[in-house]
Design a protein around this ligand. Structure first.
Ligand code: AGP
Length: 606
């Protein structure tokens, strides 16, 4: 999805802006551009260079050499309104060419606003919703930029993170946000603005996080913030414990592979001091009266939702509270039964997913208690929910989520144990379950050794058009995530089925040579999954079994053995070979593993 960078300081702006855009490439985009204010005979001129295509195209544009100024804004666009083209790329200018604007988000009432501008003599040159913003600022400007921006923002419906520069105020960048992230990095007499922290990490780890409908006036040695009515707002600087190195590839061919290998350590960070054998679970949730809840909702999107599906088993087993898992995009519109006796748990790597934010707001408005499991510190979801628990997975750059998932599942299980202890529920298995969680980093590390065996399978099946995953219980839940990984990065059609459902319809799809991957880690039901796999083999399927049980079966083409662990936690182990499988299939197909087509790292629109 679109990315924003801004720079004001003593350095030449262009290289900083380009580096920032390069570090945001993982978000997915189709065009890129910069606007810079450069001194020009005691005045300032505003130059824009933009084009369709990669940041590299922009970087190679000779016109950039003429942009000498120290103040600039930049953008990577992921088309929503209007095709990818030079005209539709950001920054956009108003008709007088005084105000340059970059924008993330969607202006929902842009048609009405375009009409209003046209009636007032303005011409719109692009198909974008964004172009109304600089023109409205121009229309509302009477010498006071803050008034003009505030008035403009009040006219917008939808979501925005914007930067505005102009020769009329050459030492300032005006920023604002609503439902789309924006941070201001602080470094002595330099400020680096970004939609995502990694874009500024090579400069600083100190940030201001803009809140909803806030406006910032950013100068090289100051940053002031206002609410939409222009009352000044005092903000604290937050220090982020991520470093620039953690958002680089460090010798790995792709971020995804690096992040797969980071999983043991990421889980270690998630566990941190929250869990030890001789103490109660330690989470910062003081003040929550867990006794009042008779229902838990876990709500999220995509991989984060899969983390919820996997963890439902733990909440029901250890907390004895009925737990339902919902897709945020469905939950927000289905009028769910929520009241003050409901605990709503939201999961999000980015903390910026539009559907999850909307579902969270709905839950808050309905009087429930909200706890969010989030990776990106200071992100929107953390500021809306009653309580936030951070996964501490470090920056996840590849669009396909890997380490965030295993950390989310780990943290959800720790939360289930915490609630269980708070409720005083006796369960003889709690201690051995805690031991199993503490063993996770080593076991995930051991599982990474399956890489060669998995690669061998991927090398054989990467040309197939369809692939099926089956499992029961948590093995079914992890199959859904394995199937999503494969779809996302290899573009192979794949589906996950509860193994017992196969013969109720989908088995009709099985024909000679189709690959079926079964996950079987639960000692009580593995034999049953195996029988279902055999049913597929009988109909000609090429078979793969991921298991931690002692299974010997000559009919199965490939058996991948993984470490044994409590079956509730086994998805954290069994997902690893499935991630590696998707990775090598995509590599064999020579696809861009980190930036799959049509996808964005954080989905900030509905
Ligand atoms: C994961 O591989 C996907 N890119 C996607 O499903 C993602 O998990 C989903 O969009 C939710 O994102 P979030 O965790 O940032 O809210």
């Amino acid at each position: 999805m679109c990315g924003i960078v801004g720079y004001i300081g003593h350095k030449k702006a262009v290289p900083v802006l380009i580096n920032g855009l390069l570090s945001l490439e993982y978000r997915g985009y189709d065009s890129a551009g910069v606007a810079v204010l450069s001194p020009d005979n005691n005045e300032y001129k505003l130059d824009i260079v933009k084009d369709k295509g990669r940041v590299k195209v922009l970087q190679d544009n000779k016109e950039l050499e003429n942009l000498h100024g120290n103040v600039g804004i930049a953008h990577t666009r992921w088309a929503t309104h209007g095709i990818p083209s030079k005209e539709n790329a950001h920054p956009h200018l108003d008709n007088s060419k005084s105000f340059a604007v970059v924008h993330n988000g969607i202006i929902e009432n842009y048609i009405e606003l375009r009409q209003k501008l046209i009636e007032n003599g303005y011409t719109l040159y692009s198909d974008t919703d964004t172009e109304v913003i600089p023109n409205l600022i121009h229309m509302n400007y009477n010498g006071d930029i803050l008034q003009a921006v505030s008035k403009t923002l009040k006219e917008l419906k939808g979501s925005y993170a914007i930067e505005v520069i102009s020769p009329l105020f050459p030492t300032k960048i005006i920023v604002a946000k609503k439902d789309s992230p924006l941070v201001v990095g602080i470094k002595d007499d330099e400020k680096i603005i970004a939609s995502d922290i990694p874009a500024a990490l090579s400069h600083t780890n100190k940030f201001y996080f803009l809140d909803e409908e806030e406006i910032g006036v950013i100068e090289k040695d100051s940053a002031k913030f206002f609410d939409i009515n222009l009352n000044e707002v005092k903000k604290d600087i937050k220090e982020i414990d991520w470093n620039a190195e953690s958002s680089e590839k460090n010798g790995f061919e792709d971020f995804m592979l690096k992040e797969i290998y980071e999983q043991p350590n990421a889980i270690r960070e998630t566990i941190g001091s929250r869990l030890s054998l001789d103490k109660k679970v330690n989470l910062e949730l003081d003040g929550v009266d867990f006794k009042k809840f008779n229902k838990i909702f876990i709500v999220a999107c995509g991989t984060a939702m899969h983390a919820g599906i996997v963890s439902k088993y733990s909440f029901e087993k250890f907390c004895r509270i009925p737990t339902e898992v919902d897709m945020a995009s469905e939950f927000r519109y289905r009028n769910p039964l929520i009241d003050e006796h409901t605990l709503c748990i939201f999961i999000s790597q980015s903390g910026e997913t539009a559907d999850t934010i909307a579902a969270l707001r709905l839950a808050k408005d309905s009087g429930s208690t909200t706890i969010s499991i989030v990776n990106v510190i200071g992100s929107s979801i953390t500021r809306i929910s009653d309580y936030t628990l951070y996964t501490h997975a470090g920056p996840e750059i590849a669009v396909a989520s890997t380490k965030a998932y295993v950390c989310q599942v780990t943290l959800l299980n720790i939360l289930a144990l915490y609630i269980s202890e708070q409720l005083g529920i006796e369960n003889k298995e709690i201690n051995s379950f805690k031991e199993s969680i503490l063993e996770l980093p080593e076991k995930v590390k051991d599982t990474l050794t399956t890489i060669d065996a998995i690669k061998e399978i991927a090398d054989k099946v990467y040309t197939q058009k369809d692939l099926y995953f089956i499992g029961r219980g948590t093995d079914y839940a992890v199959s859904m995530e394995g199937s999503l990984k494969l779809k996302e990065i290899s573009y192979i059609h794949s589906e996950a089925y509860a193994a017992g459902e196969l013969k109720h319809g989908p088995i009709a799809l099985i024909e000679n040579g189709i690959t079926v991957i079964a996950v079987a880690t639960n000692p009580n039901i593995s034999e049953k999954t195996l029988s279902n796999l055999e049913e597929a083999i009988t109909r000609g399927a090429n078979s793969v079994l991921i298991t931690n049980q002692d299974i010997k079966n000559d009919k199965i083409n490939y058996i991948i053995n993984i470490p044994k662990i409590d079956s509730i936690l086994s998805p954290i182990i069994s997902i690893v070979p499935l991630q590696i499988f998707a990775y090598f299939i995509a590599k064999n197909k020579k696809l861009d593993v980190d930036k799959p087509r049509n996808l964005a790292k954080s989905v900030t629109v509905e």
